[in-house]
Design a protein around this ligand. Structure first.
Ligand code: FE
Length: 350
């Protein structure tokens, strides 16, 4: 073979390889249908970066958690959903029970996401993975309540706090998960007794969201309330004078620091049961565990990254400081949330 011929042949082989590689990437590129209950400003960058890195286009269906679940149920096997993002272990657990997810086995996700922040793995993989965390904190009115009287969840039920406690509805997933956590730490009997005594301590019937509880604590209508940490952080970062005033009046406590630690929950993701783009869906979950995506995902809602080595620069979270979190698996909390639900009626917890 002459030199010219050989180099022509090399060139042709190179072209064939390049063409094959292009075909492969065009094939794997494609798209991904994402049903998301999370909507934050940083989402755009989060999704764009994934498309830039993989060529996979993301089609989004934005709804709240209940809307997404209703849609998945009615679509059944015809659902175009590939990836589902939901908030709180109580909801993730329910969706898994309803058969809306499929298990994912991923070495990368197992390495990056701590075991207690994902669904149990019986060998075939986990049905869902937590990608950010939030603590259920106690806020108190600094003028009417002593910090020492409200630094554990148990104290919400203590007679010394009569007429002071406010929470959103007991059947909201954030509270069901907290009660599910208490169930794990205290047992069934004590948890139900705790519920009854907490109801007896209430300043008013449960109403509104977590932010409403914080504002009612600041106004003095309530002395002590429960809130997810990101609502506190959001008010701390607000430039509105009325929000600044609210945060001057309330103190924030990460409860149970001397015992099991603050209740921590997750926002998580899963591959849909009937995903048509399974490979892309797993790739997307793995992307969410990357350093950059972790920062976008967590910081967009003033949450903590699920991957322990990732740190976010967030002035409110910095000001709140480090804390001890409970270590029971969040999947156990989710399962318990169904057990405590039936206690609400007996306890009179609205
Ligand atoms: Fe929320």
């Amino acid at each position: 073979m002459t030199l010219a011929l050989r180099s022509l042949r090399t060139a042709l082989t190179g072209m064939a390889l390049a063409a094959a590689a292009f075909a492969a990437s065009a094939q794997s590129a494609g798209e991904l249908n994402l049903y998301s209950a999370r909507h934050y400003q940083t989402d755009e960058a989060l999704y764009e970066n994934f498309t830039k890195a993989t060529g996979i286009k993301i089609n989004r269906v934005d709804a709240d958690d209940a809307g997404i679940l209703a849609r998945l149920r009615s679509e059944g096997a015809a659902s175009p959903a590939d990836v589902i993002l939901l908030v709180d272990a109580a909801r993730l657990w329910r969706a898994e029970q309803e058969g809306l997810f499929q298990p994912v086995k991923s070495k990368l996700l197992e390495e990056r996401i701590p075991a207690q922040l994902r669904d149990k793995d019986d060998g075939s993989g986990s049905a869902w993975f937590g990608f950010s965390t939030r603590a259920r904190v106690i806020v108190y009115n600094k003028q009417t309540v002593k910090r020492d009287d409200a630094d554990t969840y148990e104290e919400l039920a203590d007679p010394k706090n009569k007429g002071k406690v406010c929470t959103r509805s007991g059947s909201h997933p954030y509270n069901l998960s907290l009660f599910g956590s208490l169930y794990e730490h205290l047992g069934a009997e004590k948890t139900e007794a705790w519920m009854k005594s907490t109801v007896a301590n209430m300043a008013r019937e449960p109403k509104g969201g977590d932010t409403d509880q914080i504002k009612a604590v600041a106004s003095g209508e309530c002395g002590i309330a429960l809130s997810n940490s990101y609502y506190v952080a959001r008010l701390m970062r607000s430039t509105k004078p009325e929000d600044r005033e609210v945060m001057e009046k309330v103190g924030v406590i990460f409860p149970n620091q001397a015992t099991w630690g603050a209740h921590v929950n997750v926002a998580g993701g899963a591959v849909a049961k009937h995903a048509k783009h399974r490979e892309a869906a797993v790739k997307f979950l793995e992307y969410l565990a990357s350093d950059d995506a972790q920062r976008y995902f967590a910081n967009g809602n003033n949450e903590y990254p699920a991957v322990p080595s990732v740190k976010v620069a967030n002035p409110a979270l910095d000001a709140l400081g480090a804390f001890k979190s409970e270590l029971i698996p969040i999947s156990v909390v989710g399962a318990n949330s169904a057990r405590v639900q039936q206690m609400l009626d007996r306890a009179g917890y609205k």
